[in-house]
Design a protein. Structure first.
Ligand SMILES: [Mg+2]
Length: 391
């Protein structure tokens, strides 16, 4: 029997060059605070956590998390690792329940579930390596020849800059695009018009035969979104993402029921139960959990089954291999979000600097290598000079 010997966590603090923040590049939940100056700061994530689960034969599975990495590290080191060390990684369902139930008083969402996710992903990577199979082959196998991806960037900015970026993305072969809104409730009618101008400018470049989505990153509210939806209708968005804060399930449901623009969300939801609530209340037309927040691959597979039964497609938040493997293995996951490889800006793209082996999009699709066991990534030392690592 294989046993888990140890769990190693490291926080990677990016100290390398970053693209400086610019005004109105993306609304976010802190906008409602009414304070000037710090909104952009709260929308940057320049830390990452790696979680390595080692088996007694020396094989190492790699997981990761990007939410509150230093606190998540502490949760793993102090609470979760002792529950997992000594177990057989192939008892992953039992290990998951053990982590979940032993921390029921505080661990169900947020940092607790993020810590569980990182460990669970590492366990799946480990299992794949131990049986010499890619993870998607353990989950249901190949459901599509390759994974269509959507280009996810187009932060709000000057119109000519956004149009140039959209043109580049078109040339690179993408068939679907997601942009960000830069203005929200505090910017009034004038801000609404700025938002609309930017959707129009992107549509001008990509036309109406390609999918366009837009993300408010919880920076709007219910009233504002209700006023915006009719104005957005002519632009035929495939979805409007996270118009309100993650806890406002009834707000999502109300907006989705208006049936003007499909509403999406879930990247700030946690666990099987949390996603079940979103689905049961018809809160979202597209479910976008992130595997490294929602409870790892073990939870993601259960959520996928519930979503499929509700006929709600799952398009996980962010790129990254744990999400791609899940997407490949589920018919109900039609495509993946894809962050183009880019200089460090918001921090979304930091994983490209920590791992080697992430699938790269070609002509709007990506492929998973059948020959690479596990998730197919390794930790790289290529950019070590740009990180301060806490162990
Ligand atoms: Mg989003």
């Amino acid at each position: 029997m294989t046993k888990i010997k140890s769990i190693r966590t490291r926080v990677w603090n990016w100290t390398g060059p970053t693209v400086p923040p610019q005004g109105n590049f993306c609304t976010n939940a802190s906008d409602a605070l009414g304070m000037k100056g710090d909104a952009m700061e709260s929308f940057r994530f320049h830390q990452w956590l790696t979680c390595e689960v080692e088996a007694d034969d020396g094989t190492i599975g790699i997981g990761n998390a990007a939410l509150a990495p230093s606190v998540t590290k502490k949760a793993i080191d102090d609470w979760y690792a002792p529950l997992v060390v000594g177990e057989d990684p192939f008892d992953y369902a039992y290990i998951w329940e053990k982590m979940y139930r032993r921390t029921q008083a505080w661990g169900r969402k947020g940092v607790g579930m993020t810590a569980m996710s990182a460990i669970d992903i590492a366990i799946w990577d480990l299992m794949g390596k131990l049986v010499d199979k890619p993870v998607f082959k353990l989950l249901g196998g190949r459901t599509k020849e390759e994974i269509p991806v959507y280009y996810s960037k187009l932060y709000s900015g000057p119109i000519d800059v956004m149009q140039a970026e959209a043109e580049e993305a078109m040339k690179a072969g993408y068939q679907a695009f997601k942009m960000r809104f830069g203005w929200g409730p505090r910017d009034g009618m004038a801000g609404m018009r700025e938002n609309l101008k930017r959707i129009e400018c992107v549509r001008e470049v990509i036309g109406y035969d390609k999918d366009l989505m837009a993300d408010a990153y919880m920076g709007w509210n219910l009233d504002y979104t209700k006023r915006m939806l009719p104005k957005l209708a002519p632009f035929e968005l495939r979805w409007l993402e996270e118009p309100v804060i993650g806890d406002d399930t009834t707000g999502y449901a109300e907006l989705n029921a208006m049936n003007i623009v499909p509403i999406s969300g879930g990247e700030h939801e946690f666990s099987v139960m949390g996603c079940k609530n979103l689905l049961q209340t018809n809160a979202v037309s597209v479910l976008q959990y992130d595997t490294n927040r929602v409870g790892g691959i073990t939870a993601a597979q259960k959520i996928n089954a519930i979503a499929e039964a509700h006929q709600v497609p799952v398009i996980p938040h962010a790129g990254q291999m744990h999400n791609y493997h899940v997407t490949m293995a589920n018919t109900n996951c039609p495509m993946s979000e894809y962050f183009p490889v880019f200089d460090v800006e918001v921090g979304n793209e930091l994983f490209y600097y920590i791992f080697e082996g992430d699938a790269e999009a070609q002509d709007g699709f990506l492929q998973l290598d059948e020959e690479k066991p596990g998730l197919g990534i390794t930790i790289t030392d290529k950019y070590l000079e740009h990180f301060e690592i806490t162990e």
